[in-house]
Design a protein around this ligand. Sequence first.
Ligand code: ZN
Length: 329
Amino acid sequence: MILQKMFFESSKFLSGWRHWRCLAVWTASLGAIAVALVGGGPRTLAGQPATRRVVVATTTVVADLVRQVGGERITVDSLMGPGIDPHSYKATPRDTDRLSRADLVVASGLHLEGKLSDILSRLGKRVPMVAVADALPRESLLSVAENLYDPHVWFDAKLWSQCPAVVAQALAAIDPAGREQYEANANAYRRSLELLDGRLRDRIATIPQQQRVLVTAHDAFRYFGRAYGIEVVGVQGTSTESEAGLNDINRLVELLVVKKIPAVFVETSVSDRNMTALREGASARGHSVTLGGRLYSDSLGGPDSDAATLEQALVANVETIVAGLSGGR
Ligand code: ZN
């Protein structure tokens, strides 16, 4: 009877997370009943909790972080999918529903999710919530204006390696039985990010010194530049909310021509309109600039892409940058 009712209810939810969540509850209940029949407690045969906690992460980058730390004990639901720009993303009614039903909400923070701040602060009063970058020491952050910091911290693998511990603590608060597991996962992921950090720096160092200039659509890569020794110039500022003016374009064309920069880069979550203007401007001055490729900026790729995780995205970006800036001249 209960199973029939659950099946009926799960078939009513035909789309997205509600469907999956219901299905997950249904599957977990099946597991619990199966174990109960053979005399076990409210746990599955694999020793995991019968009902996995549901964590809603705002961006794909944060969803990856939560997956690395939560492992098998939790279900991660990413509010924004691949290729979505978090600066301009607004919550839909379905998102509000997903957020309010979550056991925990994990945001990136530092005003990255500018248009979600109202709903997050409202829901934060009744749903456990943590913004990982907000927990970083202020002296490690790049300032944008007074009391406003650049939110793109995940591009510095060493800096981001402080965030797994923040997630482990938040997960342990909603699932105390998993504390040891979360802490072990967080430590392993931190070490992995630290190792990657050195590898990324070594790769960037192979680009001829004068050509270590990364021109991209918006200023997402300042932490990357600081960490890995490459000058970074964004056309659009730290948020995609501001527009690039003609003066910005002319200033950048000058830079490309004078420094003989061979390539500029577009981003997966930002329009490439400005980059076309730059290339045309440089071409009119007799300097050819290629499109160095597409960088993952505020979003990872899809599950089947070469950037399903942050570590993969960082490697993919660095290889794209090295290939684009090492040629030409
Ligand atoms: Zn951004």
